[in-house]
Design a binder for this molecule. Sequence first.
Ligand code: PRP
Ligand code: URA
Length: 212
Amino acid sequence: MQVHVADHPLISHKLTLLRDETTDSPTFRRLADELVTLLAYEATREVRVEPIDVKTPVAMARGVRLSDPRPLVVPILRAGLGMLEGMQRLLPTAEVGFLGMVRNEETFDPVTYAERLPDDLTGRQCYVLDPMLATGGSLAAAIHFLVKRGADHITAVTLLAAPEGVARIEAELESIGVPVTLVTAGLDERLNELGYIVPGLGDAGDRLYGVV
Ligand code: PRP
Ligand code: URA
């Protein structure tokens, strides 16, 4: 898996504020949104385009436009929803599919409670949004869903990732055979015994939307 850890002072600045336990929910949502917009720039580096001509007030110019089929953005509910608008800002014509997953906090296994994806993803570029890549169970399950439907180009966008989660995705991808790119604002030290990213930012879903 190609892993891009964003290296930009604005991203580091916003990520630091996001980590701060005194940052309130409205500010957390705004920062997550801003961070995703910055990450989306890197994540869409290989988005497919086709050449077009436009007429400027002066002359004809060669340009490009996003080509069909449209990219598919897949936020993993709940916390991934906090990243959707930021991604759509850069890819307004993308379609959106949904996966609802919650992690069993004892086994860390993901439980899928909702799935609304197009049946056929052949030839589609897919962008999976989830702020946290911890054990990697949720992202691995999401990748399996997409690959089963034909996706062959997957980019995961996260705010934070743990080395354990990255290693798990890399191991699973060997049997899947589809390349995946990860774009993240930060690669942290490790997971703790509760499966939380250290130093991390806590529970992303709770900080975005409240404790459930
Ligand atoms: C969080 C997070 C990821 C998952 C990461 O979701 O948003 O989806 O945990 O953990 P993993 O890499 O170990 O699978 P959570 O289960 O807390 O659900 P939520 O988004 O509804 O809060
Ligand atoms: N899910 C979160 O929201 N935070 C973590 O640190 C790990 C999983």
